[in-house]
Each structure stands twice: as C-alpha cells, then as structure tokens.
Design a protein. Sequence first.
Length: 452
Amino acid sequence: MTGFTVALLVVVAVAGLLRWRRPAWYWLAFGVTLATLRVLVRYVSVMEACGLTVPPPRWRLALARMASRPAPESLAPRIMRLRPTRTGLVLRLGLRPGQDAFDVAASCDRLRHSFAMYGVTSREIRSGVVELRMTGYDVLARVQMPAKVERAPMRVPVALREDGAVHYRDYRTTPHALTVGATKSGKSVYQRNLVAELAAQDVALVGIDCKQGVELFPLARRFSALADNPDTAADLLDALVTHMEGVYQLIRAEQRITADIPDAEIAADIWDLPDRLRPTPIVLLVDEVAELALFATKEEEKRRDRIITALARLAQLGRAAGIYLEICGQRFGSELGKGITMLRAQLTARTAHRVNDETSANMAFGDIAPDAVLAAISIPTDTPGLAVTGDSTGGWARIRTPHTSMRQAVNACNRHAHRAPDLPGLAAFRPELPPMVSLVKIPAQTKAPASA
C-alpha cells in the first residue's frame, strides 16, 4: 500500500469522524468545499429540473435560426454571489424576466435534496433578487452562537435560527412579545438567556413571577422591581401605569412644537427626547401569565380584572413611554377570561416552544402565521429550547436558544447589578437583598511549632 493511499484513508477516516462527532468542524474543513463544487456543477440542471428556468429571448432564437444553429437552452437565474459561511452557503440569485420569488420559495425542499444540503430557505432581498441560505448540517442540534454578534440598544441576540443566522429580540421594532410552551419545553431557559443579555443594557428590568419567585428572584440584583404573588403584581402594574402617565407628561412638555423646529426633532416618544431627559426604558417580564388571570372568589375576580386591564393598557400605550412586555405562559387563550384576546392582539412577536395540543399553537400563530401552527406542534420532546418564532408579517422560522444555566444568568445579573436603576415610582417593589460579599480565599494558618 502506497503512502498516498494511506494518507487518503486517514483523511477519509478523519472526515467521517468529524461528520459524526463534530459536524461544524467537518463543514469548515471539508463540507464547504464539496458543497460549493456540488452547487456550481449541478446548478443549471437542478434549476431546470425544479422548473426555475425561462425560455431564451426571441432575439436569440431568431439569431439561431438565421445562423442555422441549435436553439439556445433555457435560462436559469443568474448567480450574483456565492458566499460560504460557518454553517452553510449563501447564494444570491438574479431572477430572469417572468420569474417570481414565490417560485423559488416553493422549490426550497427540492433544492435541498438536489444540492444535498441539510436545509434551504429563501427570502426576497429586493425586486428581482432572491437570497438562498443553505445549511450544511443541523445547526439546531448543538447550538453554538457566533463568537461575534451585533448588539445595539434594546436589541439583543437570544437564539440561533435554522438557517444559521442569529435571532435577535429587537424591542424598537417589536415592542411586546408572547412566549408559550408546555412544561420542560425550554421557556425558562429562553427567558433566562433574555435576562442575561438585557443585564448588560441600560434598561430597567421589572419582573412578575407568581411561582413564588423561583425563576426570577435568583436574578433579583439586576431587577428594579419584582412581584411574587398576584396581589403584589396588581399593585406593581398600577405603579407602572402611573409611571407611564408621568413619562407621557414629560414627552408632552418637551415636544417643542414651534415653527422653527424641524419635524425630526419633535418628540413623540422617549427616543426623541435628549439623552439628559430620556427616562430609562423598562422591560416587564411576566412568568406564567395564567396565574394572574385565574380566580376562585369574587375578590380574586376583581383583582384579576384589575391586572388584565393594567396589562392591556401597558400593551396599548407603553411603547412610546419605553415600556416593553415579555409575557410567558403555557396557554394564553380566551378561556383565561375577558380581555385576554385584546391583550394578545397587542403582542406582536410570538414564540412557541413545544406545545401539547394544536389549540395552544393556534393561540400563538393562528391569527398571524397559520403555516407555523403545524411546525409548532411537531417539535419533539427530546429537543428542549427548540421553538418557532413569528410576527405580524406572516413569516416564521425555527430557532433554538443556547443553554443558559441558572448560575450563568445569576453571574451575569450580579456582574451588572450596578446598572439596575432606581425608579422612584417602583421603589416599594425593589427587592431587598444583602450586599454582595466577594469570596476571598483565606490561606490556612500554619500550625505553630511545639515548644521544646
């Protein structure tokens, strides 16, 4: 056996081992080159087989007849750019006259098989330009966030999408969000990761955790206000509504509507105010919202109506005042009583982890992205953290949150505890905690020598 044969066998063995144990490493070492060659070699025949070609223009047919040459072949979309990434390939196509972006989107599954890729998704960049994102392996099986991600005020990375892109939670674009999922589906990890990312932002965190605070109170050093029961939550929400009204009075006083003020400088929300006057934005996290809506007595019913009314007011009016809602629960349907569907209609961003029935998925996506309902109910039980996300545009995608332990989230909140602002209107709900004591390892005392 020659040395070349031995080297070839070793390379094949290493490639097989990497593909089995470390698919990301295999992709970077071998897969990206093979996939690029496969796409370039098969491109024209695959496009023709998928019906993504158009007949040649008439002037080319006329020239072929005049020159007694064979008729030219059908034209496939132009390859404008082919870019490898850490998870797959990005193929940007220029559509031919008569082609539609919907045709490319409908052929994604056939393109996945033809190019031997794990997944293919498409999106329209602009008129006549479509981008195909192809993944070379299951990026959601073992979530590894990129080493460098883009962070901005009120925009944090929270998960990895199935096409290898980072999924961001952008409060300026989608102010309020709903997260549903069954027990052990990954809601708590998603919320934990969100809090850990927000801890480094200049934002006030306010939490309502009616499970006696077991989820949010370990992170209390970064929170400006916390409630662990429905009675305290009702008072806290009323205080937030009062804070919101005060912020609107500040905006009204600083609108500066005069003839010599440009339109862009007229204040309509907190982000139009000068930095020295801008109130700190607030993110309200509600864990297990059903505990706020259930009641057994008349008194509890009055408290429930008070809570839902306050939440609905914050959802409808809080965006301009810099108040953003993150509402989590196992179910969020009309069986929770009046006002629930009105509140749900204000929650633009929707995330559904594994659910136990189709009705729960319909509560999240039935009114905005019906196609995502089937994807939500097909999430297996052995993949906690896997979820389907969508918004009012009708688009949706599968995402998975990187596992964040409670210790990691606590460390992040303790590290940024100094960023927790003191809000006078919420001072009564600020958690009282002992001061942090840095653990210093004290060397053991040496034993004194025995006297002679």
